[in-house]
Design a protein around this ligand. Structure first.
Ligand code: IMP
Ligand code: MG
Length: 176
């Protein structure tokens, strides 16, 4: 299928250089905080795959990398509120850092956190590239945030609209 890449709909918010600089800062902060602990990074697929790949390459400490799949959006711009989680993780007693692309209502992350807490990890922290606090429906403490943005729909750098635009190296607002 041909990809919709109508660039007139895209308004760049963060260039790949700006993203790289911020991801490096986050990675150094994480390296510092986990210096004497075994770090287990859990990426939330699919949206976090590029962010996670860049983040781990700036770490100055070793880490384990895991993934789980969470989906709530389907093909809409508004969350369905129904979150489906798929994983085979066993992280009991481990230090978990959840890596997410973007937090909107918080419902996805809330479901993931509840699912992982059942396993009694030693600690559980959150790292999200983007945060849209205006849309929040549940309170979530985000430990590491790349950029805080207003309530707009964004794509690129792993983030999609109906599986389009993930490959863009920058982050853009998707206009109607
Ligand atoms: P939440 O459950 O409402 O917090 O939404 C979280 C998930 O919805 C993210 O992991 C994204 O996959 C998706 N999402 C939220 N906001 C956007 C957006 O602006 N663009 C694309 N996907 C988004
Ligand atoms: Mg998504």
């Amino acid at each position: 299928m041909k990809k919709d890449s109508d660039s007139s709909k895209l308004h760049e918010l963060y260039s790949s250089e700006e993203i790289k600089k911020r991801v490096q800062e986050l990675s150094f902060a994480i390296s510092n905080d986990y210096v004497n602990r075994e770090l287990n990074i859990v990426g939330i697929l699919k949206g976090a795959f590029i962010f996670l790949a860049d983040l781990v390459r700036f770490l100055t400490i070793p880490c384990y990398i895991h993934f789980l799949r969470a989906s709530s959006y389907g093909c809409q711009k508004i969350t369905s509120g129904q979150v489906e989680i798929q994983h085979t993780l066993n992280l009991a007693g481990k230090h978990i850092l959840l890596v997410e692309d973007i937090i909107d209502t918080g419902l996805t992350l809330n479901s993931v956190i509840n699912e992982l807490r059942i396993q009694h990890p030693a600690s559980l922290k959150i790292c999200s590239l983007l945060d849209k606090p205006a849309a929040r429906k549940t309170s979530i403490k985000v430990d590491y945030t790349g950029f805080t943005i207003s309530d707009k729909f964004v794509v690129g750098y792993g983030i999609d609209f109906s599986e389009h635009y993930r490959e863009l190296p920058y982050i853009a607002e998707l206009k109607n």
